[in-house]
Design a protein around this ligand. Structure first.
Ligand SMILES: Cc1cc2nc3c(=O)[nH]c(=O)nc-3n(C[C@H](O)[C@H](O)[C@H](O)COP(=O)(O)O)c2cc1C
Length: 208
């Protein structure tokens, strides 16, 4: 885990993703996206590669794992998330899904899971089919966690390498669109309005 930037009054965006493979494309793309949201005025923290080698989630085990504790604490503070996964057999990888399963620890929070938080999605896979199905799967998970996927999702087909080596230049234009949407949401008054609306709902449901 590496905190890339911290300062007061800047929304926090948490990056979760990548693989344990040295030179992981999805990790590099995630870090590129985090750099863009930093430029746009957000703080970031990344949980990537070996950080994600957490035990299979079950309720109650998070407290025994320092990375899980830090990740959940960061998510609780976060205004947004950037998730990056390789496509494994048509869906997101086991370690990324397992890391996301740790958000179950947030189910009783005032802002459960990804509620009121924007989510940028990045997918890398060799083939077009897996890129598409994995992006859909990732967005479905974000919806299940009550998050707000950005309109633009980043689909990186790693066997098509215009620059010849799968370099950042291949994916930067799309990544920038998504990362700027993440930052715009996080820096807007929408998250605060959503929180206020939820409080109103709670009052209404208590009164009824
Ligand atoms: C276990 C495993 C399953 C994979 N399944 C698919 C797949 O179904 N379709 C596909 O296009 N690529 C598949 N790939 C290739 C990866 O999605 C691709 O190499 C990706 O860019 C790896 O991301 P990384 O560089 O972050 O490790 C698979 C790779 C692994 C290791």
């Amino acid at each position: 885990m590496k905190t890339q930037s911290t300062s007061k009054n800047r929304p926090l965006i948490v990056g979760i993703g990548g693989s344990t493979r040295p030179g992981s494309t999805s990790e590099r793309a995630m870090r590129d996206a985090l750099a863009i949201v930093e430029e746009a005025g957000c703080d970031t923290v990344a949980f990537a590669g070996p950080d994600l080698m957490l035990p299979h989630f079950e309720m109650g085990i998070a407290d025994a794992h320092p990375v899980a504790i830090r990740m959940i604490a960061a998510l609780r503070k976060a205004s947004g998330i950037i998730i990056a996964s390789p496509g494994y057999h048509g869906s997101i990888s086991g370690i990324v899904k397992n890391a996301l399963d740790y958000t179950e620890e947030m189910r009783n929070d005032a802002r459960p899971y990804f509620e009121g938080r924007v989510a940028g999605c990045i997918v890398c896979a060799n083939g077009a089919q897996a890129v598409g199905t994995t992006l859909i799967a990732m967005r479905s998970i974000v919806h299940a966690l009550r998050g707000w996927p950005t309109p633009y999702g980043v689909a990186i087909q790693t066997d098509i390498k215009p620059s010849g080596a799968g370099q950042s230049a291949d994916w930067m234009p799309g990544l920038r669109i998504m990362a700027e949407q993440v930052a715009a949401f996080a820096l807007s008054d929408v998250p605060a309005k959503l929180r206020a609306q939820r409080n109103d709902d709670v009052i209404i449901s208590r009164a009824s």
